[in-house]
Ligand binder design. Structure first.
Ligand SMILES: [Zn+2]
Length: 209
């Protein structure tokens, strides 16, 4: 069993006000990252001070699928909501286990209650029959210049239901690329309509010089 080496300066007390507070550092005295071991309380306190966004805050839904807030939800926690019928004004017991089916990032839950209601819930609004996040995630990945591969690996590591890589790229090819191209062409046409003559006359003047 190896014994940890003694500290080089075991009897030297730390100064009450270190040099970092005055913007200076003393060579050779910077604490290494291995020396810093904050308590759990300090970590939580620092996190809440570092970023206000990470703190608990109230949220409201947005008006459209893009601005509407999204959350990661545990399956076990979600199922607690489906032990009774969610049909408006019912609330009686369901007669069987909720039927759950996942497609990409979306989840559909179906329940049957003792009063005969067949209740269907989808985790996201449907856009022409497609779960909104199955369109929004491929679009967000494309628009931020990222690739689906690393994101898919993160989903698998988390146990987060997700689209297959092929399905994601098909959605980008069929829906996202044509829309981006259309908007880009409209933008170019608007720019040319507003400045086209000026650009041409400016170029002609430069060529004539
Ligand atoms: Zn019911």
């Amino acid at each position: 069993m190896t014994k940890a080496p003694p500290s080089p300066t075991p009897d030297v007390p730390m100064p009450e006000e270190d040099a970092s507070s005055s913007g200076e550092s003393i060579p050779g005295t910077e604490p290494s990252s291995s020396d810093y071991s904050p308590t759990e309380v300090e970590i939580i306190q620092n996190d809440s001070e570092d970023s206000e966004d990470d703190g608990e805050h109230s949220v409201d839904g947005g008006e459209d699928p893009v601005s509407d807030k999204k959350y990661l939800v545990s399956h076990a926690q979600l199922m607690k909501l489906f032990c009774v019928c969610n049909f408006a004004g019912c609330g009686t017991c369901v007669i069987s286990r909720p039927y759950c089916s996942a497609k990409g990032f979306g989840l559909t839950v179906k329940t049957d209650c003792i009063d005969g209601h067949e209740f269907v819930w989808t985790s996201q609004p449907l856009l022409n029959g497609t779960m909104s996040c199955n369109l929004l995630v491929p679009a967000a990945i494309f628009l931020t210049g990222n690739a689906y591969g690393p994101f898919s690996e993160i989903c698998q590591c988390l146990g987060l239901e997700s689209l297959s890589t092929r399905h994601c790229y098909n959605i980008q090819r069929v829906y996202v690329l044509p829309e981006v191209t259309s908007v880009w062409n409209l933008h170019n046409e608007a720019v040319m309509a507003a400045t086209g003559d000026q650009v041409v006359s400016h170029c002609v003047r430069r060529w004539a010089m």
